[in-house]
Design a protein around this ligand. Sequence first.
Ligand code: DAH
Length: 343
Amino acid sequence: MIDEIRRITDEARAGIAAASTLEELRAVDAAVFGRRSALTVLKRGLGGLGPDERRAAGLALNDAREALETELAARRRVLEAAERRARLEAERLDLTEVEPARRRGSMHLVTQTVERLEDVFVGMGFTVSEGPEVETDFYNFEALNIPASHPARGMWDTLYVELGEPESTVLRTHTSPVQIRVMQAQEPPIHTVMPGRVFRRDTADASHMPVFHQIEGLVVDRDISFADLAGTLEEFTAAYFGGSIHSRLRPSYFPFTEPSAEYDINCLFCEGTGCRTCGGTGWMELGGCGMVHPNVFRAVGYDPEEWRGFAFGFGMDRLALNRHGVDDIRELFTNDVRFLEQF
Ligand code: DAH
């Protein structure tokens, strides 16, 4: 019987080693340990042996069982790892791969929107400028006529970066600090737009994200008036949204502009007749604007007696979403390829 056990064990070992998939290994497992397997049959036969022989054969059977179980488990680990690797390889998405015959990727919805906005503004004579996402208090607030104790600081739920003095470094809460950087770097006349990512302490839901996108505009020249601001925004509105969408300005308050206004456009869904999306008003709020405050010019060393300017800033994410009827801003940041590849 001992010889028989050895023969069966060797055969089982060979089977385990030869199994090249988990499926094959499961079959080997059943053949070695199953109810009708040679080992089970031998075990049932133990009862017919004499006591000494039975002891020796029982021990040999147990040893064989344990050894084979260990080998099975080891082989299973190897095959599982191989199959996991194969599965990962098969499911791998190579986002850098270029396949000329078929479109394999596209610009992110936000990037598409930034590029279309830039195209329209460049067509109107603007340049495109950029600034850093981590800003100092000076650029994000101070130079924009929002001193430390100013109540208007409450307009922005600020995220601070642990760098330098407490609350001296921020994730920019808007793109307006880029205005300051542009003015510091050059002399008027200035006609520029400044797209970028901005950050606020906000809980993510369908219409809010702690990170989103704005585009800022700044024009500085002699003899710039509020009429130039209104005309530029109307021109932009028609060029970007199509001739049936118009703009309006409503009095408002921003520390860096005086006078300040809210910039509204006709609701993109009902085109101004009133619907559920615009709450029946026919208008959608896009952003803020106004005439550059003299203190902002002073902060960058421009003479407010000599120079006039207007500025505006609005969110880009909602434009990207509206265009495709997507109603959850979180989709723009989850970066699920299955969502993104639709656009
Ligand atoms: N920075 C403002 C905000 O994020 C938006 C804004 C308002 C920008 C008026 C401007 C402006 O340039 O003139 O709430």
